[in-house]
Design a protein around this ligand. Structure first.
Ligand code: SAM
Length: 339
């Protein structure tokens, strides 16, 4: 376990290129050279929360809301599986009111007919709901704790409880999920020390995946005009997370692609080993904007796929042909197959 002084030393190094090279080396030794692709389906932008940073927040009346039906979600998943994806991520706002039995039936159908790995990113739920989703075949769950600072959490998620979010992460483990969590960097008022604390918390939670990206101010939110994370801070944080956490999966996230066209490529050379091409049907993409500048808004899913495969090949790496389950020993190399 690395201590706070060690994490701070990495984050604040005056030789970031050496930090990236070291992270790239740790990535190669711990998770190998292959890049895992997870097809991201943003199936609803309906959200019951009012997080100050997010374009989907309940109070944002400027956004047209959509909710894909489960048949439509299945068709998008089948299309992505046909493109070659072995792993899919289903994401939405919170409490977007899909009855649990509908969601579970969808998961069973995806597992039965497509056989892909499935990650859910659908927010806080009860332990019973998590168990039902896991039993229906979902393999992984992504729930960012967003920030370990209680002051920032309260400020930016005024209608949520940090304690409850942490409780949910514990429930996800109990339910048998491969668990992903993470943060945004560059939030207004966030210090480097807070980011170091975030990384220590990731270590303590012994996560399987880290979902992290730069904060980007959205003009339709109360944080409008309050800046965004720099490429430098984003890459420093990424490289430090890789060195500290070693064998976790870390995506070069879409938000990284939004702050700088080179960011995802640079991220893959500074510790990242996953890409999440957006395979949401094109007509919905415009409506799922957490922040401005999201790449590929007008692209068809197959073009997004091709763009990112080209990106991987352009840096001399190759796309993995397996589902890319957690590398932690309790899940085994093939991941859990059911509980
Ligand atoms: N509603 C689910 C949840 O809260 O876990 C999943 C969807 S949520 C929109 C996905 C992630 O988007 C959040 O965890 C947050 O970190 C990120 N996000 C939201 N607004 C953002 C912004 N303005 N800039 C960067 N990332 C943002």
């Amino acid at each position: 376990m690395m201590d706070k002084a060690g994490v701070m030393a990495l984050l604040t190094t005056d030789d970031p290129e050496a930090l990236y090279t070291r992270a790239d080396q740790v990535r190669r030794e711990s998770v190998g050279d292959k890049v895992h692709l997870r097809g991201l389906i943003e199936f609803s932008n309906v959200c019951g929360r009012d997080c100050l940073y997010c374009g989907l927040r309940r109070s944002n009346r400027a956004v047209a809301r959509y909710r894909m039906g489960t048949q439509e979600i299945f068709s998008a998943a089948a299309y992505a599986a046909g493109l070659g994806f072995k792993s899919l991520v289903l994401q939405s706002g919170e409490n977007c009111q899909y009855p649990a039995d509908e969601m579970c039936a969808l998961l069973r159908r995806i597992k039965r007919e497509l056989g892909t790995a499935v990650t859910l990113s659908i927010g806080e739920k009860t332990l019973d709901e998590y168990v039902a989703l896991r039993r229906s075949g979902a393999d992984r769950y992504l729930l960012r704790f967003e920030t370990s600072s209680s002051a920032l959490f309260q400020r930016f998620k005024p209608d949520s409880s940090q304690q409850q979010r942490m409780q949910c992460l514990d429930w996800l483990r109990q339910a048998g999920f491969q668990v992903g969590s993470g943060i945004m960097v560059g939030l207004p008022g966030q210090t480097i020390e807070m980011i170091a604390d975030d990384i220590l918390l990731m270590q303590e939670l012994d996560l399987d995946m880290i979902g992290f990206g730069p904060f980007i101010a959205n003009a339709q939110t109360p944080l409008s005009g309050l800046g965004e994370a720099s490429l430098d801070l984003t890459l420093r944080t990424l490289a430090t997370i890789r060195i500290v956490m070693k064998d976790v999966h870390i995506p070069a996230t879409t938000a990284m692609g939004a702050i700088d066209p080179q960011c995802r490529q640079r991220a893959l050379n500074a510790g990242a080993n996953v890409l999440m091409p957006n395979v949401t049907p094109t007509q919905y993409r415009e409506m799922y904007q957490l922040y401005p500048g999201k790449p590929g808004l007008a692209q068809a899913p197959s073009d997004t796929y091709d763009t990112l495969v080209d990106l991987v090949r352009s840096i001399g790496r190759d796309v993995a042909d397996d589902a890319g389950h957690s590398l932690k020993s309790i899940f085994g190399s093939g991941g859990l197959t059911g509980i």
